[in-house]
Write a protein that binds this ligand. Structure first.
Ligand code: PMP
Length: 443
């Protein structure tokens, strides 16, 4: 297609991870349409950024109304109602009873940079600990926190100093075969304790920044015990526990924030993606006192928290509440897990099915014992599903990513699952040609 070739020629290859040649024209709810008028059910929600669905009428109306009044007068200099209205909501839905404050940005990445700054200022300590295989974004701070992909860091260094990575508990691929989830948790905690005794003095650590479910690593759901033990460790050493909710927040897991599934109260949450249903907005919401030492202009952006994005954010929260999307995500998520577990009985290449709410991963393997990632299966199944009218992608080379807009109906979801099942069947029978692999790069 001419448009695709032209974009390829004009744009930097460093900003594209292609799955299939789709030129998108419009979207409504959980369905998008391409330039030729073909419809697709969307299981990707624009990388988890449109939980209220594409162009939700209430969100569109809020954007339109605000755009007619004022698009931007930088909140850095002026006070305005949309900012206060959204902040009021954010401090009320963020976990924990304590007083909170908010700062805004434009994407998940810059929010993570802000979280690093806040933690250092608030504690007077330089070190930050994050997790191996985490993805936190593309600014220098967020890349330094991340540890998932060599092309992210190769040739661009040096990165931010004083950031350390420790293992994240992965119950499906444990450090030693046969470990129970709690043993995996204990193993990872032990690695942190060893690091604290040998190379990372605990009293120099400002914060742990942790994804409640490790998203781009392939939707790794940690054991509850790990989050509890990490919280206790933080309390013991005066370290902040920061939950990085850019991908798992805003109802994705059936709770407002992913960390709420683990019964642990964080000191701060980092928000992005779905917060404004697709408009560029991010935020950090933290215990009030953690922000009180931050002196301007330590973290501000001209257009961050602009009134149009804030109104979209407020409408997003309203839609999630009014349409019961948290409950819907939980109920539909259970149904989806059930259907994939049925498929797992038939297809040996489905190694694991996991997730919470509508944040579900289906891990494809060449062998259930070795758990070797089946990139070919993931690529071919996603490509065939696209040909059949479904937007599906994968993480970490092998994990089908099931993160639809939360407004998806049961009927749409069942149709999407039927398409995946048909595509799996065709893959099993060797009916998807190798030629599709040239197109799918994947993540
Ligand atoms: N954190 C997580 C957990 C993410 O999944 C992402 C995006 N994939 C980011 C941060 C970065 O967000 P953005 O691309 O909006 O900067």
């Amino acid at each position: 297609m001419k448009l695709i070739e032209e974009e390829k020629a004009l744009s930097s290859p460093g900003a594209k991870i292609p799955y299939y040649p789709l030129a998108i024209a419009r979207g409504k709810g959980a369905v998008v349409e391409d330039l030729d008028g073909r419809s697709y059910i969307d299981l990707l929600a624009s990388a988890g950024a449109v939980n209220t669905g594409h162009c939700h009428p209430k969100v569109v109306q809020a954007i339109r109304d605000q755009a007619e009044k004022l698009i931007l007068y930088t909140p850095v200099y002026m006070y305005q109602e949309p900012v206060v209205r959204l902040s009021r909501e954010l401090v009320s839905i963020a976990p924990g009873p304590h007083p909170k404050r908010v700062f805004y940005g434009l994407c998940g990445s810059d929010a993570n940079d802000g979280a690093i700054k806040m933690a250092r200022v608030a504690t007077g300590r330089p070190k930050i600990v994050s997790f191996i295989r985490s993805y936190h974004g593309s600014t220098f701070g967020a890349i330094s926190l991340s540890a998932i992909s060599l092309p992210m860091t190769r040739s661009i260094g040096p990165l931010l100093p004083e950031i350390f990575h420790v293992p994240y508990p992965d119950p499906y691929r444990p450090p030693v075969a046969g470990m129970t989830p709690d043993q995996v948790s204990d193993y990872c905690m032990e690695q942190i304790r060893i690091a604290f005794e040998s190379s990372i003095p605990a009293d120099e650590v400002a914060a742990f920044i942790i994804e409640p479910i490790q998203g781009d690593a392939g939707l790794i759901v940690p054991p509850v015990k790990f989050m509890e033990d990490l919280r206790a460790l933080c309390d013991r050493h005066g370290i902040l526990f920061i939950s990085e909710e850019v991908q798992q927040g805003f109802g994705r897991t059936g709770k407002w924030f992913g960390i709420e599934n683990f019964g642990v109260v964080p000191d701060a949450v980092v928000l992005g993606k779905a917060i404004a249903s697709g408009l560029p907005l991010s935020a950090v919401v933290a215990r009030a006192e953690l922000m009180e030492g931050m002196e301007a202009p330590v973290h501000l952006f001209t257009a961050a928290g602009n009134p149009v994005c804030c109104e979209a954010g407020r409408a997003t929260i309203e839609v999630i509440r009014e349409e019961g999307l948290l409950e819907h995500a939980s109920e539909l998520g259970e149904h989806v897990l059930g259907r994939f577990r049925e498929m797992q009985k038939r297809y040996a290449f489905i190694g694991d099915v996991r997730g919470i709410g509508l944040s579900i991963g289906v891990d494809l393997v060449t062998d259930r014992d070795t758990k070797e990632r089946h990139r070919v299966a993931a690529s071919k199944i996603c490509y065939r599903a696209w040909e059949k009218g479904l937007l599906l992608s994968f993480f970490s080379g092998s994990v089908l990513r099931i993160q639809p807009p939360l407004v998806i109906t049961r009927q749409e979801m069942d149709r999407a699952l039927d398409i995946i099942e048909e595509s799996m069947e065709e893959f099993e029978r060797g009916r998807i040609p190798d030629s599709v692999l040239e197109c799918v790069k994947g993540w």
